[in-house]
Design a protein around this ligand. Structure first.
Ligand SMILES: *Cc1c(COP(=O)(O)O)cnc(C)c1O
Length: 355
């Protein structure tokens, strides 16, 4: 592990006073963690410094060829006032898998984790207190060579920034309407769908914009070859409940292997639900929603944990799922996972890391 130097900010920012108005990704804390990479030398200069702008040469490769990957996780405040991370090693390991696909160097996960813990200890006062709030963690890696020409950069910057975020649900779990995209695709076999690379999100913005203008909150992506099988939602994996049976698309290389997805599948089995990872034709799901066989649908991801889907639009047809309200399976899984993350329920799977 690298030594980590700490330079404290001379002046601290004014923290947002009203935690009900935090929103998502609007505020950033006083410090950030950085480390550099150079081919032949490896990772070096791990440091915590005051949060500030970067100076980037206009020819920096990341600005042209987009070698950029990120992660997202959260730090939670427990009832006794303590702080804990949820499965942080899983996020860093996933970042290394993203890096490999993008021809970027494997992360020094040990130093990154220690840097994250140090950074959060320094910023502990930034972790909000109200129910449902948390400190969002955004690790990012970008290519830094100053050079034009498409090949792997030899230098990289890794950084972690922190953002206090509000409760996703101010008035309880509210189901959302989802637009099934049948023109654009997010990922294809052999592509980058399983990585959190910036380009995946750049390519998704147009479809998201169109869906929003039609009154839906997110896009549901279908497979990139036949556009027949369900993949996932913008930044969430999808699950469908038929009574006590939960089905979700299998990890096929084009969907993002969500840590919330994995946690929810594990908890679901422990709670006695039946789970299945398989290929899900949109036509079947849509028909089952119409007939009432499909009882619930929900997205899983770090930001919302569980986001119930009340309505699907596909090929100019709309269907209400269940009765359009949050169902018992979604509610139970949401209560269980958030209970563990906030330290209100026992953590039998040893997912939480106390700071
Ligand atoms: C981040 C993300 C998810 C959810 O992953 P978690 O680890 O559960 O937060 C799902 N799909 C996409 C496309 C994502 O970017």
């Amino acid at each position: 592990m690298l030594p980590i130097s700490i330079t404290r900010a001379a002046e601290l920012k004014k923290k947002p006073q009203d935690e009900s108005k935090l929103g998502f990704g609007h505020y950033f804390t006083d410090h950030m963690f950085l480390m550099d990479y150079e081919e032949g030398r490896g990772w070096y200069n791990a440091r915590i410094v005051p949060y500030a702008d970067f100076a980037l040469d206009p020819a920096s490769m990341v600005l042209h060829y987009g070698q950029a990957i990120f992660e997202g996780s959260k730090c939670y405040r427990t009832p006794d006032g303590g702080l804990q991370l949820f499965r942080p090693e899983a996020n860093l390991a996933r970042m290394t898998r993203s890096a490999q696909r993008m021809c970027m160097p494997a992360l020094d996960e040990e130093t990154a984790l220690e840097g994250l813990k140090e950074l959060i200890r320094l910023e502990a006062d930034w972790v909000p207190h109200s129910p449902g709030t948390s400190l969002y963690i955004r690790p990012t890696m970008i290519s830094m060579d100053v050079h034009l020409g498409v090949h792997a950069s030899k230098t990289y910057l890794f950084f972690i920034i922190l953002s206090p975020v509000g409760s996703y649900y101010k008035d309880g779990l509210k189901p959302v309407g989802i637009y099934v995209e049948d023109q654009y695709v997010r990922a294809v076999r052999g592509g980058t769908g399983f990585t959190k690379c910036a380009g995946n999100y750049a390519a998704s913005i147009l479809a998201g914009d169109i869906a929003e203008k039609k009154g839906y909150s997110q896009v549901l992506w279908l497979d990139g070859v036949e556009q027949k099988y369900i993949e996932e939602v913008g930044s969430m994996n999808m699950m469908f409940a038929y009574g006590n049976r939960i089905v979700t698309p299998a990890l096929n290389g084009s969907i993002l292997p969500g840590i919330t997805r994995d946690s929810i599948l594990t908890l679901a089995r422990q709670l006695g639900y039946e789970t299945e990872e398989t290929r899900l034709p949109i036509a079947d799901i849509f028909a089952d929603a119409k007939s009432g066989k499909l009882t619930e649908a929900f997205g899983t991801g770090t930001a919302a944990v569980i986001s119930p889907v009340g309505k699907l639009c596909w090929e100019n047809d709309e269907v209400i799922i269940g009765n359009g309200d949050i169902g018992p399976v979604s509610q139970k899984l949401y209560d269980t996972l958030t209970g563990i993350q906030y330290g209100r329920l026992p953590d039998e799977n040893h997912w939480c890391m106390r700071l």
